[in-house]
Design a protein. Structure first.
Length: 217
């Protein structure tokens, strides 16, 4: 999702109370930013933030952080966020490659990857959010016992992920090729893209990955 340049977007993001402007300063001490010790859950590639807004409303004792690299997209999330009364949802305008500079070892309890860009060409494989390169970043910030939850409509990206994630030393704890018609459908929160693709009749794939202990320690 890449929208056109929107005049004023940079200024609005820079002045938004919902966007953490200096996230590297909180590395290893995010409880200071949140003002509590509640768990930290992030969505990488949040888009317009629908999914996290629903989760944040349902779970007030979890701190949610949405990561989005494009200002034009983040602006849409900020505008929707203003219409809520949530106190447990923040945004970062960052490329997920840098997440280990932002969160300390084991500081994140769960990572969501929803409808990540597929990057179908082999030469772009490193950009896929389930590539070994990104899994190594998640390994640094995810606490022991924490999980990565990934949903996509893209079967090629899902098949790739079923190989790349174990290849990176992780365990795929569950997977389904048709989430909405599986026992895992209960409690599923739909993302914006999921609503669109499911409406077109496309099956939604989901996996949950974890490792018993951080691989890097
Ligand atoms: N998760 C949302 C959903 O399911 O509706 C949005 C999905 S959209 C296809 C993928 C989003 O991930 C885009 O907004 C894109 O800008 C963002 N994205 C892709 N690569 C990223 C990266 N390396 N770091 C941060 N955001 C990224």
């Amino acid at each position: 999702m890449r929208l056109r340049h929107i005049p004023g977007a940079e200024e609005e993001i820079a002045g938004s109370p919902y966007v953490i402007q200096n996230p590297r300063e909180y590395r290893g001490r995010w409880a200071l930013a949140f003002g509590n010790e509640d768990p930290v859950v992030i969505e990488v590639g949040m888009g317009k933030g629908k999914f996290l807004m629903e989760l944040a409303a349902a779970n007030p004792h979890i701190n949610y952080v949405g990561i989005e690299m494009y200002s034009s997209v983040l602006l849409k999330a900020i505008q929707k966020r203003k219409e809520t009364r949530l106190s447990n949802l923040w945004f970062l305008r960052e490329d997920a490659r840098t997440l280990a500079d932002i969160f300390g070892f084991g500081e994140v309890d769960k990572i969501y990857l929803n409808f990540s860009d597929p990057w179908p060409k082999d030469r772009h494989a490193k950009r896929r959010l389930t590539s070994p390169e990104f899994m190594a970043v998640y390994d640094k910030i995810l606490k022991a016992g924490g999980t990565v939850e990934f949903k996509t409509d893209n079967r090629a990206l899902f098949d790739y992920s079923l190989e790349s994630i174990p290849g990176a030393g992780w365990t795929v704890k569950m997977h389904t090729f048709d989430l909405h018609h599986s026992p895992y459908a209960e409690g599923n929160v739909m993302t914006e893209y999921e609503t669109k693709f499911a409406g077109e009749g496309k099956p939604i794939c989901k996996l949950i990955a974890g490792r018993e202990a951080p691989l890097t320690v």
